[in-house]
Design a protein around this ligand. Structure first.
Ligand code: HGY
Ligand code: MN
Ligand code: MN
Length: 414
């Protein structure tokens, strides 16, 4: 007999469920890759929801969706909030979505309470926070901040060789990519609500985390080229096996992270493509994609230099071609102390327990920090699970996050 939860099911709960079903994979998995049919359906659904909630919407040339509540004083820079609804393959239903639908719920709550903002409030659904399609994360917010130029964006190709230009136009995005970049000060503040994607809040029984620093992500590709050949005919001493060089380098990535001297250094070889990919043919062409982060830039840079140095040594010993290409190397973001204090104060006044935190995941806030003062409001998620179908955050936890976001936006827009 199913135990029916007697927890009040809010419209937000229903909307999170509804959005989670717009997915390339069956529930509980969520897959919504940039400009896929599911992504386009989700965008249409969200636009409709925002407009029936009484807000205006617009989309920029790369697909960032802006949901706007007009304030009384248009001479003032708006306050912004937002996150993403795209999802890596077999992800969960809360990553990003809590910040977009929770942001919409915050605005509706304020509107229904009779609040009238002086500063306009904009909720942004950012294009491609996840790197799945083009290998680079936060494409929409990167371009808004000018970190990725329109030219560099035009050169992006997905694994099937499709370019951003074709895909965005097919998705109905109009205008030139040069128009995506915004000027500094375009927003007075940016506050993002997000699940923690870590175990701390739940383990410590804390309702709200307020982020002071967002870790610095780097990602790079290494292409390894060997000789290939027949798995039976080529004896071991004569081989130049590209996959074995990749295997040694993957272990160097792990070693560099473990030996960096900082617990915040993390390295992941998340993609490994082996050609020709036949059981009886020696790998001759291998592509590795590595995600490497730390909250401290110097520590990260030193570890990356070590990986490159040792990788080249492995490849010269094995007579394997070594080609290193950076995908991105971003500095960490320091959140605005005033915003951090405001969010902590609002949370405490709402009766929430709080703590200051570092975000080890990157977010669109990392790039919005180049346009405006930012902070993030974290809520607990079960065992810190994320980027997995069993990602979970309770209605009660989400509601507290929405209340704190609403109170923070109210204060910033007054
Ligand atoms: O990878 C990240 O940190 C983010 O969840 N895209
Ligand atoms: Mn994510
Ligand atoms: Mn996210």
């Amino acid at each position: 007999m199913s135990t029916v939860s007697h927890e009040f099911v809010s419209r937000l709960d229903l909307e999170i469920e509804e959005l989670s079903l717009i997915s390339a994979h069956p529930s509980p998995a969520v897959t919504r890759v940039l400009f896929s049919d599911e992504d386009l359906k989700a965008r249409t659904w969200l636009t409709g929801l925002a407009e029936t909630s009484g807000f205006s919407t617009r989309t920029d040339a790369v697909g960032n969706l802006f949901i706007r509540w007009e304030g009384s004083d248009s001479s003032l820079a708006p306050v912004a909030t937002g996150s993403h609804t795209d999802a890596i393959p077999n992800a969960g239903k809360y990553d990003g979505v809590v910040g977009v639908l929770g942001g919409l719920e915050s605005m509706r709550m304020l509107k229904e309470s009779g609040f009238e903002p002086r500063r306009s409030i904009e909720l942004i659904m950012f294009t491609a926070e996840e790197p799945t399609r083009f290998g680079i994360g936060c494409l929409g917010s990167r371009m808004m901040a000018g970190t990725t130029s329109a030219t560099a964006a035009r050169n992006l190709r997905d694994p099937e060789g499709k370019g951003l230009e074709d895909l965005r136009k097919a998705a109905g995005c109009v205008g030139e990519l040069d128009s995506v970049m915004l000027a500094n000060g375009v927003y007075s503040a940016f506050v993002e609500l997000h699940i923690e994607q870590g175990p701390i809040l739940e383990a410590e029984g804390i309702d709200i985390g307020v982020v002071e620093k967002i870790a610095a992500p780097a990602a790079f590709r290494i292409r390894l080229t060997g000789q290939g050949g027949h798995a039976g005919a080529v004896l071991m001493p004569g081989r130049r096996d590209a996959l074995l060089a990749a295997a040694e380098i993957a272990l160097v990535v792990e070693k560099a992270a473990l030996e960096s001297g900082s617990p915040d250094t993390v390295g992941t070889t998340g993609v490994l493509n082996v050609k020709p990919g036949a059981i009886n043919s020696i790998p001759c062409d291998v592509l590795m994609e590595v995600d490497f982060r730390d909250t401290d830039l110097i520590t990260r840079e030193q570890a990356l230099k070590q990986i490159r140095r040792e990788g080249e040594a492995i490849c010269s010993r094995r007579q394997i071609g070594f080609e290193w290409t950076f995908i991105n190397e971003d500095p960490p973001a320091i959140c605005d102390p005033g915003l951090v204090d405001l969010a902590l104060k609002v949370a405490a006044e709402a009766g929430c327990s709080t703590r200051r935190m570092i975000s080890r995941a990157y977010h669109d806030s990392l790039f919005m920090a180049r346009l405006a003062p930012v902070t993030m409001i974290f809520i607990p998620c079960h065992k810190g699970y994320s980027h997995r179908p069993d990602e979970f955050s309770s209605s009660a936890a989400i509601r507290k996050g929405v209340e704190v976001l609403a109170g923070t936006l109210r204060s910033l827009a007054s």
